[in-house]
Design a protein around this ligand. Structure first.
Ligand SMILES: NC(=O)c1ccc[n+]([C@@H]2O[C@H](COP(=O)([O-])OP(=O)(O)OC[C@H]3O[C@@H](n4cnc5c(N)ncnc54)[C@H](O)[C@@H]3O)[C@@H](O)[C@H]2O)c1
Length: 387
């Protein structure tokens, strides 16, 4: 029987995927896995029993990842599970920036009680008119889970789509519509596109990537969309570009004192992934990751340990070892198993940065003595009997 604890409310669509072999516990004491959304875990004391933490979402800054790595606790996230929710809001953002839909709706609301509203509308509607997005050029910076979905959807809406991502994953590249033009430089995006949307992570190399230099290269009347992180855009420079008319509209999902209530800027209150479906998708992915790890030792989508897949566990014995990525660990492990007369049927060893993971199928079950010896190897953090 496995025990898991939820630090936040996790969608039932996910939790119902736990089999009868799982019990939800009231506290983290004695649990094998923790599911979390936004709860801050930095001050939390983790019991020795915890082997995995799954964050139903992408960012893991609420989790002490370094400490978890040292203790051999595998931290999972759910990349891409909320991509469709963000994609839909980006499309809405493009439409809202193209016509003054918000201004028009507000104007109609102000005419409440006006008997002549029908006539008045025909006189006043011109001020809210705009353009269509079909036929316009859209530049997408970052073609990951979200960027690729935006690219494919915008193509279907008749836009000419340009994509820039020097580090694109093979999966994302396979999923991209063939009509999307591959831009080899950011300048190509800046100089050609009518709409530019950013979907890169916030890193030192991407911080304020949309700055005065970039804005100067853009077309007059460009629309900029930012549903990734506010610090990707130098918002002071952007406001100057808005005031000069260079930028027509800035659409951002990140409210802050610089952008809130400012003319020409449409701000949504971090609504990108706030959909029922996103929460369900994240929960489903998180539970599947936890189950595959606890039942088979497989790792998919961990932020601190490498992917590892040895399929369903059918061997007589399977042990999982989280350890430091240093020389001589594997030789010590195989020596201990050999000395105990344990034959290795299959084995995978993968590393990710400073840490590594070894999954071993044995032809007979390991004794307590062998497991204790493995735990004592310098650099080994956790030894878990999967079967
Ligand atoms: N508004 C929201 O609620 C919300 C929700 C989810 C994610 N996000 C944000 O959106 C970002 C993208 O999410 P995702 O799920 O698509 O992530 P992802 O990891 O799937 O994709 C990011 C892509 O950016 C690319 N990239 C990295 N550096 C780049 C650079 N300098 N130039 C061009 N491309 C670069 C990577 O190669 C990758 O393909 C996240 O980092 C997060 O900050 C926002």
């Amino acid at each position: 029987m496995f025990q898991y604890h939820c630090l936040n409310a996790i969608s039932e669509k996910g939790l119902e995927l736990f089999s009868d072999e799982y019990k939800q516990s009231e506290t983290i004491d004695n649990c094998d896995a923790i599911l979390v959304r936004s709860a801050k875990m930095h001050e939390m004391e983790l019991p020795e029993t915890v082997a995995a933490i799954a964050r139903a979402g992408a960012g893991v800054n609420n989790i002490p990842v370094k400490e978890c790595s040292e203790k051999g606790v595998v931290v999972f996230n759910t990349p891409g599970a909320n991509a469709n929710g963000v994609k839909e809001l980006v499309l809405a953002g493009m439409l809202l920036a193209s016509r003054d839909i918000v201004g028009g709706i507000e104007w109609v609301a102000q005419q409440k009680g006006c008997d002549d509203i029908g006539k008045l509308v025909e006189k006043k509607k011109k001020q809210f008119a705009g353009c269509e997005i079909s036929g316009k050029k859209l530049g997408i910076i970052g073609l990951g889970a979200i960027g690729a979905m935006v690219a494919n959807a915008a193509t279907k809406l008749g836009m000419e789509v340009f994509g820039y991502d020097p580090y694109i994953s093979i999966d994302a590249a396979w999923n991209l519509s063939r009509t999307i033009k591959h831009s080899k430089s950011l300048d190509e995006i800046y100089t050609q596109c009518d709409y530019i949307t950013v979907h890169v992570p916030l890193l030192d190399s991407t911080r304020k990537m949309i700055n005065k230099d970039a804005l100067d290269k853009m077309k007059e009347g460009v629309v900029i969309l930012n549903f990734a992180r506010d610090l990707l855009v130098d918002e002071e420079a952007l406001i100057e570009a808005l005031e000069s008319g260079k930028v027509k509209k800035y659409v951002t999902d990140f409210a802050n004192p610089t952008v809130a209530g400012r003319e020409g800027i449409l701000v949504t209150p971090h609504l990108g992934a706030s959909t029922e479906e996103s929460e369900e998708n994240c929960a489903v992915m998180a539970v599947k990751e936890i189950r595959d790890f606890l039942e088979n030792g497989n790792i998919k989508n961990s932020v601190n340990f490498p992917n590892c897949d040895m399929g369903s566990c059918v061997a007589v014995g399977r042990i999982a070892i989280t350890h430091k990525n240093i020389p001589n660990i594997i030789s010590q492990v195989t020596k201990i198993l050999g000395a105990e007369g344990l034959n290795i049927a299959d084995m995978t060893n993968k590393s990710k940065g400073e840490y590594a993971y070894t999954l071993i199928d044995l032809e007979s079950a390991a004794s307590k003595e062998a497991l204790d010896e493995l735990k004592a190897v310098e650099g080994v953090a956790k030894v878990r009997v999967v079967r």
